[in-house]
Write a protein that binds this ligand. Structure first.
Ligand code: SF4
Ligand code: SF4
Length: 321
């Protein structure tokens, strides 16, 4: 129960705590690892070259993200009715699907539970419980893909010392979540929908570009020149809503302390590096730990880890590599 509360608070913005108790197994692993580090690495671990990280999960994820968004486009233009609508609200082979965050805002705006909306929301809720909560972000959201690409430019500029990355408190996103929900309730309009780059990009892909794309462009400029991945890290309520679903999903990224040498490559590539706090030397309390609900299951850390310490896993079932 206390781990559940810690994970929830961490997602809402609390800083990860240093552990007060570490299991005996972990203590023994740490002694063994550092007694003869080089030999241990050579003999016991499957090493991947640091200089040449794999892009296996990134490529799979980009393919799925593009395929899902293209299915909307093709369904609309060829009128084949497989996946109708847009990411906010759709129908997949007859099943109603409503984005959890949009459904909440619509119901708050109308101030009552709309039964049809509730059914579509429940389908989506079940889907993302099975598929990993915030995996919606990295495997489906079109803004994730464009901001992941422009992030490379931001990192280049930071490396050349042409820009500085400005960080904000992660709790800002919780404040925005409440603010957007309150605005829907108070005004009767789903104001977030007009600002959400997820919905704007999804509709632009399907129905053609509009003026709203200018807003997405401004967000990307802000992220490139001021603050890395600022929208997803500090503002987007969709990420927080699907993160809450991630609290009960069985699909997670698992960290194994025995395989890890704490060099921190994973934290450098991660959108939400606080979930990888457990990879810092002395932070893991158990041999194997599932990462927190804010993890988008993007797989970048799995690809980049040189010693295979991170992997996809369905809780209670075998690892997914
Ligand atoms: S946080 Fe929002 S914009 Fe970012 S990937 Fe998730 S849904 Fe998309
Ligand atoms: S912990 Fe790994 S899988 Fe999760 S968001 Fe960070 S890089 Fe992606």
């Amino acid at each position: 129960m206390s781990r559940f509360v810690d994970l929830l608070l961490g997602m809402l913005g609390a800083e990860p705590k240093k552990p007060t108790h570490v299991s005996e197994n972990v203590k023994q692993i740490m002694v063994r690892k550092y007694a003869n580090k080089d030999n241990y690495i050579k003999e016991k671990l499957h090493i991947r070259a640091h200089q040449n990280p794999s892009h296996k999960w990134r490529n799979r994820r980009w393919s799925v993200l593009i395929a899902v968004n293209m299915l909307f486009v093709v369904s609309f233009w060829l009128d084949i009715q497989i996946l109708e609508g847009a990411l906010t609200a759709s129908r997949f082979v007859g099943f109603h699907m409503v984005d959890l965050n949009s459904a909440l805002h619509v119901m708050l705006a109308h101030k009552h539970v709309i039964v049809n909306l509730f059914i579509g929301t429940f389908t989506v809720f079940l889907l993302w419980v099975l598929m990993g909560g915030r995996s919606f972000c990295s495997w489906v959201c079109p803004y994730h893909l464009v901001s992941e690409l422009t992030e490379k430019l931001h990192l280049k500029l930071v490396q050349k010392k042409l820009v500085t990355d400005h960080q904000f408190h992660r709790g800002t996103r919780t404040v925005f979540w409440l603010l957007f929900a309150l605005m829907s309730f108070a005004t009767g309009y789903t104001i977030f929908e007009t600002l959400s780059p997820t919905g704007i990009l999804s509709r632009a892909l399907i129905y053609g570009p509009g003026l709203a794309l200018g807003w997405v462009f401004l967000l990307l400029l802000f992220e490139v020149f001021w603050s890395r991945r600022a929208w997803c890290r500090y503002v987007c309520p969709i990420g927080l809503t699907y993160g809450a679903v991630g609290l009960i999903t069985p699909l997670q990224i698992t960290y194994r302390v025995e395989q890890c040498f704490h060099e921190g490559d994973c934290r450098k590539v991660c959108l939400v590096p606080h979930v990888l706090d457990v990879t810092i030397k002395g932070r893991a309390t158990e041999e194997s730990v599932g990462l927190g609900p804010d993890c988008t299951r993007c797989g970048l850390c799995v690809d980049v880890c040189p010693t295979g310490a991170l992997l996809y896993e369905v809780k209670g079932l075998s690892k997914l590599l």
